[in-house]
Design a protein around this ligand. Structure first.
Ligand code: UDP
Ligand code: MG
Length: 317
């Protein structure tokens, strides 16, 4: 039996990337071509550029590249929907046409030369291959600190995310199929793959500088992404309110006892106790009630996401 070579698509979300895109397309085509020549990839493997509503020449670069070489394909979104959604759009559009995909940013800050290692891992049976940044020396201090804080918060609150892994990864076709079962709108891709749970492996690389163009992640987009990650994978903030409610409820009981003792040992001003007790007690009761409501809201929240309950790996029937 001959096993056919895997068809790979490299998915590249692009937002106003006219300055880097020609170079990126050339580099990635070369890498893919080498793998095809070495008989590791099927000759109909391709690049898939997702233009996320760019306002510059990005789309015309993609379409003229496609005219020269049909192995460069593209998708133009009608408006800017953000990196995560653009990437998701790309993955979902081609998922039935390929055996595996690799997603990579248009600026090639992630080292494209490890793509061949990813393919090797795929051939050895990995369904998900994570690209992990070995060093972030090239990132600004601010970016490094905020990134470290983000990963810490996520891990503390129980969401499984890989440290220093962004959106550079290989996914098999069946991982994409399972991904399509996640119907939630606020999709934080990095958190989903560990949940899916297929066999995974990691490749390491050094993160380079952005050679041209500017980071499209403004501070606002970055905070938005981090907040999405936290709120869509954990209900830790609600648990915190609940814990606060329990503490203040019991605290208020202790305070009430103290206020009563003060009254009967008669060193309290008249009227003080009758104000003190309701204020403490009602405060405690209210916070506790909000906390209980929060716990139910957390349940409802995770129900409406309708996430798949399991992932089938192998079945002997
Ligand atoms: N990007 C996108 N839509 C956006 C913002 C960014 O498709 O609204 C793409 C961008 O073209 C790049 C990738 O997402 O390919 C990562 O963006 P960038 O390199 O600016 O982020 P950074 O590396 O600074 O985190
Ligand atoms: Mg970048």
């Amino acid at each position: 039996m001959t096993t056919s070579l895997p068809r790979l698509a490299i998915v590249i979300p692009c937002f106003n990337e006219q300055s880097v895109l020609p170079h990126t397309l050339k580099t990635l085509t070369t890498i893919q071509q080498q793998l095809i020549e070495k008989n590791q990839l099927s000759p109909d493997s391709f690049l898939y550029c997702v233009d996320d509503g760019s306002e510059d020449q990005t789309w015309s670069i993609i379409s003229s590249a496609h005219a020269d070489n049909t192995n460069i394909k593209g998708l133009r979104l009608a408006r800017n929907v953000g990196h995560q959604n653009a990437l998701f759009a790309g993955l979902m559009s081609i998922r039935k046409k390929v055996d595996c995909v690799i997603s990579i940013d248009a600026d090639l800050q992630d080292d494209a030369s490890v793509i061949k290692d990813m393919i090797e891992h795929f051939q050895q049976g990995s369904d998900i291959v994570y690209g992990i940044r070995q060093s972030r020396e090239k990132d600004t201090l601010f970016k490094r600190l905020t990134a470290a804080a983000f990963y810490k918060i996520m891990q503390r609150s129980g969401a499984k995310v890989l440290f220093n892994h962004a959106d550079f990864r290989l996914l098999s076709a069946r991982t994409l199929k399972q991904l399509s079962q996640f119907k939630e709108r606020n999709l934080f891709l990095r958190g989903v793959f560990p949940l899916i749970g297929f066999q995974s492996s990691q490749v390491y690389y050094d993160r380079a500088n952005r050679t041209m163009g500017e980071s499209k992640y403004t501070l606002r987009k970055m905070i938005g992404l981090a907040w999405d990650g936290i709120t869509s994978f954990t209900h830790a903030p609600l648990d915190f309110i609940f814990a606060l409610g329990v503490t203040s409820f019991f605290g208020s009981i202790l305070l009430s006892i103290w206020a009563l003792t003060a009254k009967f040992s008669s060193h309290a001003l008249p009227g003080w106790t009758s104000i003190m007790i309701p204020v403490c007690f009602m405060g405690g009761v209210q916070l506790l009630s909000i906390g209980v409501l929060g716990e139910y809201i957390a349940k409802v929240y995770f129900e409406v996401k309708r996430r798949p309950r399991f992932t089938k790996d192998t079945e002997l029937f």
